[in-house]
Structure formats: structure tokens, C-alpha cells
Design a protein around this ligand. Structure first.
Ligand code: N01
Length: 538
């Protein structure tokens, strides 16, 4: 799309062309017939799946429900090939969606939104792009994702490194050739755990620098059999209904038994069976109190610890890989393919950087307090400045010139994760304070996109030009989000959910843990009560 030099006027500016921005555009343009445009920093659609092309990148939700539900034709024509789709397949799917719904003509690629300032008198936003283009829009919808601002630790000496280094969140489109190379990988979250076995299989030597040992269960990925595909397609209506009704946005409801409801032997049998099935079923189909009761949690944690000891041949390495700092699943639980097995390879070494911290990056590699590791390639699988990072990366100024950074000085505050008081006509898809990252993302995204669409349609019908979250409603919601988290074990972990991975970030539990089902109902009720907690102006 050619970029106009003059000021562009829109009904809605959408930022980001991933799952959420694409569907938002479809709704605004094709359902509401509004003048909407998406601004996207990359040169293609896909968001997370456009940027995260690291080896082993694969979704940990299963393909048949990690997809859009808004079009049954799309559902029927698209064919997933494996239980968990890999990054290229998801990107292909999103490109297919973009083509099928003719979205690309209204997406402006290679465009970074630098500032978003509210013009109070006009009830509109003025946006400025990295090319200096100016846009006026009545509404702005951020569709920037929760995990799109990279966290690259500021190790001294990185610039001096003589080899190549990469962050998994911005992986080269042509891939990286690890053959014959000594590779270092920092970080053992979901990304590091996926990348480790794949890099190890290709590199001459892999050194994994681990700060926090992590729990992970096998994914058990496999091709989807043709009859499974037929079965899924025949039952999509029911699958989607379950996704909408469940707490996690998955097509299965949480098992309602407590860990203490069964004997030790029965519990072990249950965990053993779920270990074989793989994936998030380990949590959903075991016991409902794993993230609310420490004793229940210990049963799952100890089961996984025993598995690590069983799989990893070197007992010293096994002990280092055993998580002890946090309860199971209170950091986002990864699922893996041969992660622990990889540490049995002779070309893989584990370095515990909590025991022996990284002191600097040298021209030759990484130097910890104990030793220097010679490397040709260094991979940062060090995660993201989650949830608030992508929003604060833009200069957002609301009423009276107040910046979002100032409004969120002590952590994010929002009403429903959809709007922030003082920032009228700005909607944040899967913003902090909404279930977002604790769910199957497309379900959370579709619910937000549809809520925003209905809200804008309502405003148009009623001749309203401005909507703003009210301070008191926001305070109440923020307290509710925090109280919901306090009823769980989540706050016990130093996770990105609480911002603990980014030095200096306020410690606030950001997503809403009360469940997608409860949240959906709350959003629905608020509309029924005349958009309670929001104020409108003509
Ligand atoms: O990032 P992370 P991620 N020195 O923050 C370590 C989603 N996702 O990219 O735990 C040394 O989880 C850090 O250590 P610690 C998913 O929601 C989904 O892996 O903070 N180490 C940690 O080990 C996921 O949760 C999928 O002590 C440092 C690692 O880097 C989210 O994205 C796949 C360090 C970062 O782990 C983020 O996952 C991948 C330092 N200074 C990701 N700083 C699927 O769907 C950080 N670390 C499958």
C-alpha cells in the first residue's frame, strides 16, 4: 500500500496485523462498513508468528482450536497437518486468512506507530508513524499482542562478541545455520525449551545457560490422521462452543476433582496417563486445585521432578534441571519435545547461571563467575517485556496530555483490560487486566474484537462520539484482578506474569485469572447494564 503524504483520516486506526488486528479489521471494515486501516511494523501479517521463527517454534495449543472460529467456511476449508501447528504453518494460515478476506489492501506494512495523542476538543486521536505520516482517527484499537516487546538483558560486552547473536523473538527469515557451530542459548522458558533440542541436533556443541529450572511436560506432537481431521470438522460447532464456555478457552472443561480426592497410587496413575497423552491435558484433566493449593501442586511438581531424574542420566545435571523456586504452572508451563532427553547428548552442556552468574559477554563467548564458554553463535531466548511493554513502546498521551507511562507508573491499571481511564476511544485487545495469556489466545482475541465491534456499532447507532472507562470502575476492576490472583499460587513465582523478568518493572499480576467464561459473562453483563463503568459523550 502506498503511504500518503497528507494527513490521513480514519474512523479507526488498528495497530498490529496479527490474529487480533486482522480480525478487528474484518469486523470494522466488512461488518460495520467503517473506514479502518491496520498499521503493522513487519512486512507481512502474523504478529507473533511473523517474528518468532526460531528453531522449534510451535504452538502449544492444539491446531484445531488455535484458530479463528468466526467463519465456518474458513474452518472447513483449512487443513491442519499436525496436533500442534508449527510456526510456518500458522503463518501460512494467517496469510490464507488475509487473502481470503482481502485484508492486505487495508494493512499498511513496514509502519511503526511512534505516537498516539488524544485531541480532547475533537474526540479523536492523532497518530504519527515512523515515516512522519500523520493519521487522525476517532478510535484507536491496539492489537499489539502481549509478548511482542523483546527482553534482551543488558549484559556488559555484548557489542564486543565476535560471533553472531540473535533474539528468538526477531529471528532471521532465512534461518540460522548451526552446523559445525558452538552455540550458546540463554533462557529456559517455553521458547528455550522448544529451541534446545532442535539446535542441539544441528550444532557441534550447545551450551544452555539456565537461570531458573522449569517444569515441562511432553507435547506428544504427531501428524493429524485424515479421519481425525474429518471428525474435527464435523464437530466444530461443539468444539467452539466448549472453547467459549471453558475457563481457559480450550474445548475441554477442567476436571473437578481435588488432588486429595484420590489415593497416592491413583494419583500417580492419573499423572502417568496424562504424561503419555501430553500437552495441557496434564493440567486440565488432572486436578482442579493445582494452582490454588500448594499441597496439591506439590503432587504434580514432585511427579515431574521424578520424571526428570528418570530421564536425565547424569544425576548432577538432573538436579540442576529440577525446578525448586516456584510451584508448578505458576510460571507459564511449557510443553516440550525431548527437552530433558537432550541433556543426555554428549554435545550438550548445562550451565546454572544462578549458581554462577553471567558476568559479561566477551569477544569469544560468555564468561560466568566460574568459566568462559567459547561460542560462535549466541541465542537469547530471554522472553519479553510482557503485556505492558508493547503499549508503552509507543508514546501514548490521553486527556490533559497524560502519558500512559505516567498512568501506569506503579503497574497497569485498566477497566476489563479493554480501556484505560483518561484514554477515551482507545481499546486495548487482550490488554493487561483481561484473561489473555492465561487462555487459548484466539478465543480471548475474538471475544475482545467482537465486544469492541458491538461497542462501536452501539455508539454509531446512538450518535455517541466518545467512550471512556471511569476511574471508580477501573479501580474496582484492578482490585478484583489482584484479589483473583491472590487466591492462587501464581504470585509466588517470579514470572513475566508479574513483570519479574524485566529489571525495574513494577510487580503486578497482569492477566485476569478468574477465567475466560466468568470474564465473558462480566463483559456481557456490563453491556446489558448500559455499559456500566463507561461514560459516553455525544
Ligand atoms: O520467555 P520467558 P519465552 N539472565 O520469559 C531467562 C509464549 N510462548 O520466550 O525464569 C539469564 O518465559 C529467564 O529466566 P528466569 C508463552 O506464553 C509460547 O520462553 O526469569 N537468563 C527464562 O528462563 C511463554 O511463556 C510458545 O529466571 C535470563 C527465559 O530467559 C512466553 O511466550 C512458545 C535473563 C525467558 O523465558 C515467553 O516465553 C514460546 C538473564 N538476564 C513462547 N533474563 C508456544 O505456544 C531472562 N532470562 C509453544
Amino acid at each position: 500500500m502506498a503511504v500518503e503524504s497528507k494527513e490521513l483520516k480514519l474512523d479507526v486506526a488498528v495497530i498490529g496485523a496479527g490474529f487480533s488486528g486482522m480480525y478487528m479489521l474484518h469486523q470494522l471494515r466488512d461488518k460495520l462498513k467503517l473506514n479502518a486501516r491496520v498499521f503493522e511494523a513487519g512486512d507481512g501479517v502474523g504478529g507473533t508468528w511473523y517474528w518468532n521463527r526460531y528453531p522449534g517454534a510451535r504452538c502449544d495449543s492444539e491446531s484445531y482450536y488455535y484458530s479463528y472460529s468466526f467463519s465456518s467456511e474458513l474452518e472447513q476449508e483449512w487443513e491442519w497437518t499436525s496436533r500442534y501447528p508449527d510456526q510456518p504453518e500458522i503463518l501460512e494460515y494467517l496469510n490464507h486468512v488475509a487473502e481470503r478476506f482481502n485484508l492486505k489492501p487495508d494493512i499498511q506494512f513496514n509502519t511503526w506507530i511512534e505516537s498516539i495523542h488524544f485531541e480532547d476538543q475533537e474526540n479523536r486521536w492523532k497518530l504519527t508513524t515512523s515515516q512522519g505520516q500523520q493519521i487522525l482517527a476517532q478510535f484507536v484499537v491496539t492489537a499489539v499482542g502481549c509478548l511482542s516487546t523483546r527482553n534482551t538483558p543488558d549484559f556488559p560486552g555484548l557489542k564486543s562478541f565476535a560471533g553472531d547473536w540473535y533474539h528468538t523473538g526477531v529471528w532471521p527469515h532465512d534461518g540460522v545455520d548451526f552446523s559445525g557451530k558452538r552455540v550458546g542459548l540463554i533462557g529456559t522458558g517455553s521458547t528455550g525449551i522448544q529451541a534446545t533440542p532442535v539446535i542441539a541436533a544441528e550444532a557441534e556443541h550447545l551450551t544452555v545457560f539456565q537461570r531458573t529450572a522449569n517444569f515441562t511436560v511432553p507435547a506428544r506432537n504427531a501428524p493429524l490422521e485424515p479421519e481425525t481431521v474429518v471428525d474435527i470438522k464435523a464437530n466444530y460447532a461443539e468444539i467452539r462452543a466448549l472453547c467459549r464456555e471453558s475457563a481457559g478457552g480450550f474445548p475441554f472443561l477442567l476436571n473437578e476433582r481435588l488432588a486429595s480426592d484420590v489415593s497416592d497410587e491413583e494419583r500417580k496413575e492419573i499423572y502417568d496417563a496424562l504424561w503419555e497423552i501430553g500437552g495441557f491435558r496434564f493440567i486440565a484433566d488432572s486436578f482442579c486445585d493445582l494452582v490454588t493449593d500448594l499441597k496439591a501442586n506439590d503432587t504434580a511438581a514432585n511427579f515431574i521432578r521424578a520424571k526428570i531424574r528418570e530421564i536425565v542420566q547424569d544425576p548432577d545435571v538432573a538436579e540442576k534441571l529440577i525446578p525448586t523456586s516456584h510451584p508448578y504452572a505458576t510460571k507459564r508451563p511449557p510443553i516440550d519435545t525431548d527437552y530433558f532427553e537432550t541433556f543426555n547428548r554428549s554435545n550438550v552442556e548445562l550451565v546454572d547461571v544462578r549458581e554462577s552468574p553471567i558476568e559479561e559477554i566477551t569477544p569469544a563467548g560468555v564468561r560466568t563467575a566460574e568459566a568462559e564458554y567459547a561460542l560462535d553463535i549466541l541465542v537469547f531466548a530471554t522472553g519479553f517485556d510482557a503485556m505492558t511493554g508493547p503499549l508503552l513502546a509507543m508514546d501514548i498521551k490521553g486527556t490533559a496530555g497524560k502519558t500512559l507511562a505516567a498512568a501506569w507508573e506503579t503497574g497497569p491499571r485498566s477497566y476489563l483490560g479493554l480501556q484505560v481511564a483518561g484514554f477515551p476511544n482507545l481499546f486495548t485487545i487482550t490488554g493487561p487486566g483481561s484473561p489473555s495469556v492465561l487462555t487459548n489466545m484466539p478465543v480471548a482475541i475474538e471475544q475482545h474484537v467482537e465486544w469492541i465491534t458491538d461497542c462501536i456499532a452501539h455508539m454509531r447507532q446512538q450518535g455517541l462520539s466518545r467512550i471512556e472507562a471511569q476511574e471508580d470502575a477501573q479501580e474496582e476492576w484492578v482490585e478484583h484482578v489482584s484479589a483473583a490472583a491472590d487466591e492462587t499460587l501464581y504470585p509466588l513465582a517470579n514470572s513475566w506474569y508479574v513483570g519479574a523478568n524485566v529489571p525495574g518493572k513494577s510487580r503486578v499480576f497482569m492477566p485476569y485469572v478468574g477465567g475466560m467464561d466468568v470474564y465473558r459473562q462480566r463483559c456481557h453483563d456490563i453491556v446489558k447494564e448500559g455499559y456500566k463503568g463507561f461514560a459516553f459523550e455525544r
